[in-house]
Design a protein around this ligand. Structure first.
Ligand SMILES: Nc1ncnc2c1ncn2[C@@H]1O[C@H](COP(=O)(O)OP(=O)(O)OP(=O)(O)O)[C@@H](O)[C@H]1O
Ligand SMILES: [Mg+2]
Length: 359
């Protein structure tokens, strides 16, 4: 089990910068998720940690040892590309033993390890069964077993559930998480799926265009997005962004939103641009008879126990999450309001959140 520290990591391919200025600390035993859209540099970061790619600059430490230039085989890290690379014609035992045989481990040690993993994953009763005859859930456990049987210091997983259908993904992500709780090995898990990241991660780093924009617990990232991109990438539906019309001066306590003035979210307004935004989550918007931003209901989506109303306003569409029995119909004229505490101010130019220390 291992701390993984990245210091000012940078990777260029020719003139193209794939990863830049990346500082991250992944603590011993943590389930750490690297989240971001396609092409943002997730796999490149993981490959550098694994030793499959040499950084252009920066350092990688495993348990305080500088491994930046060590070969992959010298790092004792398991890189799991795909959890389903099993040998279908072999039985479960042989599938589990295979990675150990490759390490020239003795037969008795292999036996001990395979039995240990089988017990952990509760697959002792199928050790003699062929993979091709197994049900999906058992097959998934064997695949997990194959990844952990070597007892690596850390696991790197690059979208391991990527090819599965939705139902399997959900079950498998639960199995992975439960396994992690049992073996507590440091894990870096890459995904572009924000829901997977939120449900699985102890910590999440959100990346875009080669940069880590924010690093924190799922709750911190959801409630206090550090940039407009993070606010829009995390959450479904995404955060609403409402442009502020007037310029904000240092010390202002109100902003103009539509035809009304609103108290400003607590903030540090030292260096604001002209065009700024207020970000509000759909569940923090509500309908009101008298005050708020005027608009017309454009659509209603039912989501079981709640619904999402899309309201056309002078600021574009706003998504409002309400209880399922709220009586709101298409084309209703409504007003949408929010409390200042639930809003986050974003600088229009830098797109950085302007949060006060205690928000
Ligand atoms: N060997 C390479 N040579 C040139 N460019 C590369 C190389 N490897 C990656 N890139 C580029 O670096 C950027 C980041 O790639 P990377 O594979 O790390 O993204 P990613 O976040 O894993 O994306 P995805 O979600 O699609 O897997 C991409 O624009 C990619 O085209
Ligand atoms: Mg990738």
């Amino acid at each position: 089990m291992t701390d993984i520290i990245l210091k000012n990591l940078h990777k260029s391919f020719g003139n193209f910068v794939a990863v830049q200025n990346t500082d991250l600390t992944i603590k011993n035993g943590e389930f750490f998720v690297l989240l971001g859209p396609s092409g943002c540099g997730k796999t490149t970061t993981l490959r550098m940690i694994a030793g499959l790619e040499i950084p252009t600059s920066g350092e990688i430490l495993l348990d305080e040892e500088d491994v930046t230039f060590l070969r992959a085989s010298q790092r004792d890290i398991a890189f799991v590309f795909q959890l389903f690379a099993l040998y279908p014609h072999m039985n479960v035992w042989k599938n589990l033993a295979f990675p150990l045989k490759m390490q020239n481990m003795s037969a008795s040690e292999i036996k001990t390890r395979v039995l240990e993993v089988a017990k952990l994953l509760q697959i002792e009763h199928i050790l003699k069964s062929k993979i091709s005859g197994l049900a999906g859930g058992d097959r998934q456990r064997v695949a997990l077993g194959r990844a952990i049987v070597r007892r690596p210091k850390a696991f790197l997983m690059d979208e391991p559930l990527g090819t599965l259908d939705a139902e399997f993904r959900e079950q498998m992500s639960l199995e992975l998480k439960k396994l992690h709780e049992r073996i507590e090995a440091t894990t870096i898990y890459v995904t572009h799926d924000q829901i997977e990241a939120m449900t699985m991660g102890d910590k999440i780093a959100v990346m875009d265009q080669g940069k880590v924009l924010q690093y924190g617990t799922p709750d911190e990232i959801y409630s206090r997005p550090a940039t407009k991109f993070v606010g829009s990438f995390i959450g479904s539906p995404a955060m609403n962004f409402i442009p502020i019309e007037s310029m904000i001066q240092a010390g202002d306590t109100e902003v103009q939103v539509g035809d009304q003035k609103m108290a400003i979210p607590r903030q540090k307004t030292n260096s604001l641009s002209n065009h700024n935004y207020i970000g509000v989550r759909p569940e923090k918007l509500e309908f009101d008879d008298n005050q708020g931003i005027p608009g017309k209901v454009y659509g209603n989506e039912y989501l079981g126990n709640r619904k999402i109303c899309t309201v056309e306003t002078g600021f574009g569409q706003l998504k409002v999450r309400v209880a399922k029995d709220t009586s709101i119909n298409i084309n209703d004229s409504v007003r949408v309001k929010f409390s200042p505490e639930s809003a986050i101010l974003f600088d229009g130019q830098t797109e950085l959140a302007l949060l006060s220390e205690n928000q």
